[in-house]
Write a protein that binds this ligand. Structure first.
Ligand SMILES: [Zn+2]
Length: 285
């Protein structure tokens, strides 16, 4: 009888232990699965496998600050952009970058004559001096200004972020100027668009572009301009509308307009003398 009692006790204790172990194991498995789905880098890598290895390599070079965005888009099933013929300037100039723009993340977005900023473009603004710019560029812009000052160069923002409405006012003003020279509204608009971007097609609508110091062609003769050309890329800024790229950008030479693309990308673009359209085209060719 005593033996039987002892045996029952042992059986109950063993059963409880077994139950405990089972509960513990199940909890471990559940916690591990949810961790894998959310955070495990291997899981994110798997989601990126829709891209071919070559594109993966190129995209990684470009998307320095946008890896998470890329992973999220890949998970959502956003397709990488279609290949583009980089040999032809006109095919780059007229390329539809909308697929790229939805894929690449904010700092490499291409906004130009043929590529409008999306209505749902996510923008957070911060002030540099008394001008608004994208929060993404604030610290690099301020660092650049501070370091320039150390070299005796004074830099400041003349024009930063512009709302679509402000862009419309500027564009209409330019159209009125050209209407004094031509009777054709369409022609006046076409001419105006080479000087002021139409609403939704200006980089200023993204907050990623800044006009620095004097908005004038003479700015290219200044010490500040030389400093920017030499040093801007270190802080992620490139001269956006160079004089030898107007057939691609459809914008006149603007020595004052600088665009943030991130230091790594800016360095490559500077070294290879590529405008943004050419650079992105080289990634997706
Ligand atoms: Zn500008």
């Amino acid at each position: 009888m005593r033996f039987k009692k002892l045996n029952r006790k042992t059986f109950l204790v063993s059963l409880l232990c077994l139950l405990g172990i089972t509960v513990f194991s199940l909890s471990y498995i559940i916690i591990n699965i949810s961790f894998n789905e959310n955070d495990n880098p291997e899981n994110i890598n798997q989601a990126q496998q829709t891209i071919t290895p070559l594109q993966e390599k190129n995209y990684d070079q470009a998307l320095e600050a946008n890896a998470t965005n890329k992973a999220v888009n890949s998970k959502k099933g956003t397709q990488p952009p279609q290949a583009i013929a980089t040999s032809s300037n006109s095919s780059i100039a007229n390329y539809d970058f909308s697929s790229w723009n939805s894929y690449c993340g904010p700092t490499l977005i291409v906004v130009n004559k043929n590529n409008k900023i999306a209505d749902d473009f996510n923008l957070s603004l911060s002030k540099v001096g008394d001008k608004e710019v994208s929060t993404l560029i604030k610290s690099n812009l301020e660092n650049m200004f501070n370091d320039a000052k150390q070299d005796g160069v004074n830099l400041f923002v003349s024009s930063g972020y512009r709302s679509i409405n402000t862009q419309k006012i500027l564009f209409d003003r330019k159209v009125s100027e050209f209407l004094k020279k031509t009777n054709s509204k369409a022609e006046a608009e076409t001419l105006a668009a080479t000087h002021v971007a139409r609403p939704y097609t200006s980089e200023h609508n993204t907050g990623l572009a800044v006009d620095l110091n004097k908005i004038s062609n003479d700015f290219c003769k200044t010490k500040a301009y030389d400093w920017l050309i030499k040093n801007g890329a270190k802080y992620g800024f490139i001269l956006r509308y160079n004089r030898d790229k107007t057939d691609i950008t459809h914008v006149i030479y603007e020595p004052w307009h600088f665009r943030y693309v991130g230091p790594k990308t800016a360095k490559t673009m500077y070294e290879k003398n590529m405008c943004l359209e050419e650079y992105v085209a080289s990634l997706i060719s």
